[in-house]
Ligand binder design. Structure first.
Ligand SMILES: C[S@@+](CC[C@H](N)C(=O)[O-])C[C@H]1O[C@@H](n2cnc3c(N)ncnc32)[C@H](O)[C@@H]1O
Length: 235
């Protein structure tokens, strides 16, 4: 049964039906002004993601790092940790460099679906509020790359928007398809349009991507924090 969120979303899609699609990187480039204030409602989520990282962690991969709001908290806890942070927005990553350029931080301006993440390199991977724009099929490939990039026993921590019922997932993907077709967006070009999966489908994609286990650890105001573990034991 669709819930109230479904009817609210449906109404919002109707109200915004004529809005043009915006390319993903350009969308974030244009919103850098005021971005961190806009995200201040997520302080608790950033703090918890940082707290869930084991104290022994030496290397972290951050997918869709933006201006580094999760990294602000992570560097507070682990000031010397080595971070590889990937994002496709030039202005967001420029802001990250301004804040944390002095840290042990490699910033990669690229698409995390296409970038070679390597093998057995990281103790921990994180992604906050970035993956809710993609299909399960695309995520399975990425989760597989993340899993391979982690050391045995490594963990992936994801904090992201999910669809609170299957009808929301279906509605968002169908509206996204409609707008893409209308605006003649070529296949493979990313647009900023939220298409979250249900928690069940998100966890399923992680397992299909090769993780041994995936479970929701917490739910803060409707947003889950998921930890997926790669097979093996951490060194
Ligand atoms: C809502 S922001 C979240 C940024 C940061 N994690 C935070 O919580 O403030 C989403 C970020 O994901 C990035 N992003 C989206 N798709 C991406 C992709 N395919 N490859 C790399 N970065 C991507 C965007 O450029 C944007 O900076």
């Amino acid at each position: 049964m669709p819930n109230q969120d479904y009817f609210d979303l449906k109404k919002w899609f109707e109200e915004t039906a004529d809005e043009r699609c915006e390319e993903m990187g350009a969308f974030f480039d244009r919103r850098i002004e005021g971005y961190e204030d806009h995200m201040s409602a997520w302080q608790e989520h950033y703090r918890r993601v940082a707290e869930l990282i084991p104290g022994s962690t030496r290397s972290i991969l951050d997918l869709g790092c933006g201006t580094g709001l999760e990294l602000d908290r992570i560097f507070e806890r682990l000031p010397d940790v080595r971070v590889t942070a990937i994002d496709l927005s030039e202005t967001m990553t420029a802001e990250l460099k301004k804040k944390h350029g002095g840290k042990n931080l490699e910033i990669i301006l690229d698409d995390y679906f296409l970038h070679d993440l390597g093998e057995n390199r990281f103790d921990v991977a994180v992604s906050v509020e970035s993956l809710h724009h993609f299909t399960a099929e695309k995520k399975i490939g990425l989760f597989n790359n993340i899993c391979n990039a982690l050391k045995p026993g490594g963990i992936y921590i994801e904090c992201d928007y999910i669809a609170s019922c299957p009808e929301i997932e279906e509605l968002a993907f169908s509206e996204c398809r409609r707008r893409r077709e209308r605006d003649m967006i070529p296949d493979g070009e990313y647009i900023h349009f939220d298409t979250p999966l249900t928690l069940e489908h998100e966890l399923e994609a992680m397992l299909k991507g090769g993780f041994e286990r995936a479970e929701m650890i917490e739910n803060i105001n409707g947003t889950p924090i998921i930890i997926a573990k790669k097979k093996g034991s951490a060194a």
